[in-house]
Design a protein around this ligand. Structure first.
Ligand code: HEC
Length: 160
């Protein structure tokens, strides 16, 4: 599976260099290539979950949290009634401190029971849909934030 990709990549590189012969020396042989790029690790969710989650987020969450999950700039400032505005969920605020069990619970139950204003979605979204929406939310997180979250999540489950 890996090999054909590599071969077609080399073919592309050769083409890009304008070299038309396949007998040419392997391109890039004596060139030093960058080695410090971040490694994309596998996450718990699939592309299909992210795609489904994007639709669900648009329908159910974007009205408060923003279409890019960027929330409210002053998300830590309570209003006159002591309520918090919808926070960003894009990895810049606090959401990544919660293990998946807590993220699921927040979406299921909302924050109203705790004096907040987010409605619960357990009657509207199935557990699978809640996971899809969380997958989309987490697809916005950069690798560093995701890794930090993963550690918190694993610790909350008594590490694997
Ligand atoms: C009516 C506005 C509103 C809607 C709709 C809404 N939220 Fe929220 N959300 C909030 C507010 C406000 C908070 C802060 C806690 C509170 O007041 O309940 C919050 C908190 C959260 C948190 C916790 C964030 C943190 O930093 O701890 C998550 C996760 C979250 N929302 C996800 C979602 C998802 C996913 C949806 C859609 C299924 C959604 N919310 C829909 C207003 C909303």
């Amino acid at each position: 599976m890996f090999k054909p990709v590599l071969i077609s990549l080399l073919a592309l590189l050769t083409a890009a260099c304008g070299g038309d012969s396949e007998e040419a020396e392997r391109p890039g042989k004596n060139v030093s290539l960058p080695v410090d790029r971040p490694v994309v690790t596998s996450r718990w969710f699939t592309q299909a979950q992210v795609r489904a989650g994007a639709l669900l987020f648009g329908e159910n969450c974007a009205g408060c949290h923003g279409p890019e999950a960027s929330g409210t700039p002053n998300w830590q400032q309570r209003d006159a009634e002591g309520r918090l505005p919808p926070p960003p969920l894009d990895g810049t605020a606090h959401a990544w401190h919660h293990p998946r069990s807590v993220l699921r619970r927040v979406v299921r139950e909302g924050g109203q029971k705790l004096g907040g204003s987010m409605p619960g979605f357990q009657e509207k979204l199935s557990p699978e849909q809640i996971d899809q929406v969380i997958a989309w939310v987490q697809s916005n997180w950069n690798e560093e934030i995701y890794q930090r979250w993963q550690k918190i999540d694993q610790e909350s489950r008594g590490s694997r």
